[in-house]
Design a protein around this ligand. Structure first.
Ligand code: AP5
Length: 191
């Protein structure tokens, strides 16, 4: 089992690249954003409680996503490893993930960080708002707030992982196919 974090600010391309990488390397893609949106779409009580937090661009409580991830890991069979997208988002979530993996004889093997400048992020998210219907993409103020939350709460994970030798930055600007090749090169070094 080889487990990767795909990391980067909102709009950096984590979801776009994860789908392709998961298929190419037989990894299981686990996106907490997708899981939470599925709860909202299904009208579950969890989805109803999380919906307003997400539409404001704030983070949902750590225990909610930790529970969702643990349950998915335990249900997954026959995989070469996991690709965690949008999780962890706080250092506390990172420590929980490490503990969760350790109990199952696994670990985080690498952190792939997509680097994209602020203006490109905003441009991509506003463009997606036209099609996606995601409430957190529609309002430029919410986009800025998501980027701020990333900087204050999520970015510190980079230092935490760098100290463990896991950090692998990747240029996230350019054609989707070129970025996919850059990420694939990094994955090939590990597997
Ligand atoms: P989440 O779904 O994780 O959203 P996000 O991190 O804001 O990421 P995005 O989906 O917006 O961007 P992405 O990096 O995946 O980029 P994408 O490939 O889509 O989280 C949503 C919310 O859920 C959070 O705000 C929070 O409330 C909650 N949440 C989720 N996980 C949580 C956790 N662990 N803890 C607490 N709360 C949590 O690309 C973006 C756009 O750009 C697309 O339209 C795409 O087509 C386009 N694009 C991609 N690559 C390129 C390229 N190279 N050139 C041009 N356009 C591109």
């Amino acid at each position: 089992m080889v487990n990767f974090l795909i990391f980067g600010p909102p709009g950096s391309g984590k979801g776009t690249q994860s789908v392709r990488l998961a298929e190419k390397f037989n990894l299981t893609h686990l996106s907490t954003g997708d899981m939470l949106r599925a709860e909202i779409a299904a009208g579950t009580s969890l989805g109803k409680r999380m919906s307003s937090i997400m539409s404001k661009g704030e983070l949902v409580p750590d225990e909610v996503v930790i529970e969702l991830i643990a349950s998915k890991i335990d249900k997954t069979k026959n995989t070469a490893g996991f690709l965690f997208d949008g999780f962890p988002r706080t250092v506390e979530q990172t420590v929980s993930l490490e503990n969760m993996l350790e109990k199952r004889n696994m670990k985080i093997d690498s952190m792939l960080v997509l680097e994209v400048d602020h203006d490109e992020l905003v441009k991509r998210l506003l463009a997606r708002a036209e099609l996606s219907g995601r409430p957190d993409d529609k309002d430029p103020a919410v986009i800025e707030s998501r980027i701020d939350v990333y900087k204050s709460k999520t970015e510190p994970i980079i230092d935490y992982c760098r100290k463990k030798g896991l950090y692998r930055p990747v240029n996230g600007v350019g054609a989707i196919e070129d970025i996919f090749e850059r990420l694939s090169e990094q994955i090939r070094i590990i597997i």
